[in-house]
Design a protein. Structure first.
Length: 247
C-alpha cells in the first residue's frame, strides 16, 4: 500500500508573516488527518519560521530547490547540508518552472537528486510534457527520457515522482482522469524497468491545477498516489480540503 502524499508548492509566494498566518490556521485544520503524508514547501526565506511551527505536528517541511555542491563559491545557491540544517525533510527537484526559466537540464536535475539523497533528503522529482509535446504525440517519450536521465544511478529509496503536465500548471486546465492514469501507469512501467518490484512502492503524484473540486476523482486513479499543489495550496481551507480528499 502506498501512503497518499499531498504536497504544497508555494512557489515565490508568502512572506514570513504570511507563512505564520497560514500555519496558525492550517495546522489545527489537518491535525486529525491520518494515513496521509502532508508536506509544505515554502520559499527559502520562510523555512525557519515554518520549521519552528511544524515541530511536533503531522506536517513535514520541503524546500523548492537545491544546489548540488555541498559548499563554496556559488553565490545565491543553497546546499543540501543547509536545507537539512534548516529542518527540511524533502526537496522538490526538476520543477518545470526551473527547467524553463533557469535552464535546468536532465543532467543538472540528476546531480541535484544525487546530492539531496546523499544528505538524506527525500526528493519530489518533477517531470511532464509541454502542450506542444503532447499535441505532437511525444508525451510518453518525454516522460521516458526525463525518468531515465533524472534517476540515472539513483536508488529507489526516498524518491517520489510528480507528473506535472506543463500545460496544466497554473492554467486551470487539469489533465483528464484518463490522461493522468495513462501517464502515471507509463511512469510506473518505466520505474519498474529501472527498479523492478520496488517501483510498486514509489509514489507518483499528479500536479497541475489540482483543486478541492477535482482532487477526489484524481486520487481515485489507480496509479495516482498524491498531489503536488500550487495555487490551491495558498489558502489554508482549500489545501486542508485537498489533504482530506475523499476516496
Ligand atoms: P498549480 O501548480 O497547482 O498552481 O497548477 C502546480 C505545480 O506547479 O506544482
Amino acid at each position: 500500500m502506498r501512503k497518499p502524499f499531498i504536497a504544497a508548492n508555494w512557489k515565490m509566494n508568502k512572506t514570513i508573516g504570511e507563512t505564520k498566518s497560514f500555519l496558525d490556521e492550517f495546522i489545527p485544520l489537518v491535525k486529525d488527518a491520518k494515513d496521509v503524508d502532508i508536506i509544505i514547501a515554502p520559499p527559502f526565506t520562510s523555512l525557519g519560521i515554518a520549521s519552528a511551527m511544524l515541530k511536533d505536528t503531522n506536517i513535514q517541511l520541503s524546500a523548492q530547490d537545491i544546489f548540488y555542491e555541498e559548499k563554496g563559491a556559488f553565490t545565491g545557491e543553497v546546499s543540501p547540508v543547509m536545507l537539512a540544517d534548516a529542518g527540511c525533510e524533502h526537496v522538490i527537484i526538476g520543477h518545470s518552472e526551473r527547467r524553463q526559466y533557469f535552464h535546468e537540464t536532465d543532467e543538472i536535475v540528476n546531480k541535484k537528486i544525487k546530492a539531496a539523497r546523499k544528505q538524506g533528503l527525500d526528493v519530489i522529482f518533477c517531470i511532464g510534457e509541454s502542450l506542444e509535446e503532447r499535441e505532437s504525440g511525444k508525451t510518453l517519450d518525454v516522460l521516458e527520457r526525463e525518468v531515465e536521465n533524472g534517476l540515472k544511478d539513483v536508488p529507489a529509496d526516498g524518491i517520489v515522482v510528480a507528473y506535472e503536465p506543463i500545460w496544466a500548471i497554473g492554467t486551470g486546465k487539469t489533465a483528464t482522469i484518463e490522461q493522468a492514469q495513462e501517464a502515471h501507469k507509463y511512469i510506473r512501467e518505466r520505474l519498474a524497468s529501472i527498479y523492478g518490484n520496488k517501483a510498486n512502492e514509489i509514489r507518483i503524484l499528479y500536479g497541475g491545477s489540482v483543486t478541492p473540486d477535482n482532487v477526489d476523482s484524481l486520487m481515485a486513479c489507480e496509479d495516482v498516489d498524491g498531489a503536488l499543489v500550487g495555487g490551491a495550496s495558498l489558502k489554508p481551507d482549500s489545501f486542508a480540503r485537498i489533504v482530506k480528499f475523499k476516496k
